[in-house]
Ligand binder design. Structure first.
Ligand code: UDX
Length: 447
């Protein structure tokens, strides 16, 4: 009989995973503890912006006309335990307040609530990003709590999806990593992922700690690559070099590769910043802190970029105070094709300038509601044109394709001064300069 799957936690990760499992042909039951999320998902609505996700949900959510009916949602733990053969835990692990370590309270609560009801054989599969050692601890907890005892097993299966590409990354993952303690658990997960594996996704079987570490190692590597190129941008700024050319040139070396070498205001979001910090904290607990001290530097290079963007803006405006200066900010989300503003470099820069007296007006294609909620005192405009009208300087801080398609000549007629600073090295300098703009980018010569 086909496996029945449950997904616990319906944020970016869980909502996408649930829809993807239904797409792969499984009967799926999703659970969340937030009633509003469950109500929305049951109507086939996604609580965040993620390209393609709403279509996929609507294709499968029971009760929606023409759907397969394979996907349902609930808030009832007993129902989930009764329904599922495989339970994916997809709740978030944010950074703890005032500490580097990650907050495991959601994962712990989810596993405990589920385990208490597990009266039949099942595989619990952790997907959340957790400190190494968590799986071992949670396996013991499940054994303690589950009425079915040893018939319930744990596996760890980290998730690597990127926001903006969540659906594609989930259905066609680069690799599937499973940390298991038995052949039975491996066999079950091979069954779950038979389709992507059949289409060529590598299936890597490990122990618990390795599976947990793969995720944090991958994110640390990506963060390191971005901070490396941003460090090169700092040197280029000092030496008069061009970091975009430098990145292109080193990227042709296959051992280096051209991806994740875009210099600018750096990385943000709900993953990379908190993951490298949690990794450092965990290494410290394990007595291996020296191994990861370099991540401290990665973090500080990254955070320095935001301040550098503020200073570049100040300098472009003639130095001195921001008082009375009108600053248009294009982009609020931490990356394009997402409405996520968590630890967004764009919003951080906008906020710093605002707090120093600048009159900041922000426009973002999808992130306006979240940005307003996080930073209500900033000015907001309903379009790029409206944000730029009368501005003394325009800051391009999130590289939405909508901004690359702007007509520099038309925008120039609206701006107070034709001055644009590209915090993402993503606009075409030639086009903007030809339209009479002073274009400046991070780590690149002035003209
Ligand atoms: C990341 C990982 O890529 C993903 O595998 C993991 O599962 C979760 O964390 P995500 O947070 O969606 O995914 O964003 P990502 O695409 O990695 O970008 C992170 C940040 O780096 C963004 O703020 C982006 O603007 C920035 N970035 C990326 C750069 O500054 N330069 C680059 O060259 C690439």
């Amino acid at each position: 009989m086909a496996l029945k799957i449950t997904v616990i936690g319906t944020g970016y990760l869980g909502a996408t995973h649930a829809a993807a499992m239904a797409e792969l042909g499984f009967e799926v039951l999703g659970l969340d503890v937030v009633p509003e999320k469950i109500e929305m998902l049951t109507r086939g609505e996604v609580p965040m912006y993620e390209p393609g996700l709403e279509e996929l949900l609507r294709k499968h959510v029971a009760g929606i006309e023409g759907s397969t009916g394979r996907l349902r949602f609930t808030m009832d733990w007993a129902e989930v335990a009764e329904f599922g053969d495989v339970h994916f835990v997809c709740v978030n692990t944010p950074q703890k307040h005032g500490e580097y370590a990650c907050d495991m309270s959601y994962v712990d609560a989810a596993v405990e609530s589920l385990a208490k009801h597990l009266g039949k054989p099942a595989l619990v599969v952790g997907k959340s990003t957790v400190p190494v050692g968590s799986a071992e601890r949670l396996a013991a907890r499940i054994l303690e709590l589950a009425p079915a005892g040893g018939e319930v097993e744990l596996a760890w299966n980290p998730e690597f999806l990127r926001e903006g590409f969540a659906v594609g990354d989930t259905l066609h993952p680069d690799r599937i990593v499973v940390g298991v303690r038995s052949d039975r658990a491996e066999k079950t997960l091979r069954e779950v992922y038979a389709t992507p594996v059949g289409q060529g996704s590598p299936f890597v079987v490990t122990d618990f700690p390795t599976a947990e570490l793969v995720k944090t190692a991958a994110n640390s590597f990506l963060a390191t690559k971005i901070s490396f190129i941003n460090a090169m941008a700092e040197v280029c700024e000092a030496a008069g070099g061009d970091v975009a050319k430098l990145a292109e040139a080193i990227g042709y070396d296959e051992r280096i590769g051209s991806k994740f070498l875009r210099a600018g205001i750096g990385f943000g979001g709900g993953c990379l910043p908190k993951d490298i910090r949690a990794f450092m904290a965990r290494a410290g607990e394990l007595g291996a802190d020296q191994a990861l001290t370099f991540l401290r530097e990665i973090d500080s290079i990254n955070m320095r970029r935001r301040g550098q963007m503020v200073e570049m803006t100040r300098e472009a405006l003639g130095g001195g105070s921001f008082l009375g200066k009108r600053v248009a900010v294009l982009g609020a989300t931490f990356k394009p094709d997402s409405d996520d503003v968590r630890d967004s470099p764009a919003l951080n820069v906008a906020g710093q300038i605002h707090l120093q007296g600048g009159q900041v007006t922000v426009y973002d294609p999808k992130g306006m509601d979240n940005a307003r909620r996080l930073f209500p005192t900033l000015g907001y405009a309903e379009s790029a044109d409206a944000a730029v009208r009368g501005a003394d300087v325009v800051l391009h801080l999130t590289e939405w394709s909508e901004f690359r398609e702007l007509d520099p000549a038309a925008l120039g007629a609206l701006a107070g001064t034709r001055l644009i600073l590209d915090g993402r090295n993503a606009l075409d300098p030639v086009l903007w300069r030809e339209a009479g703009w002073t274009y400046r980018a991070m780590g690149r010569p002035a003209a």
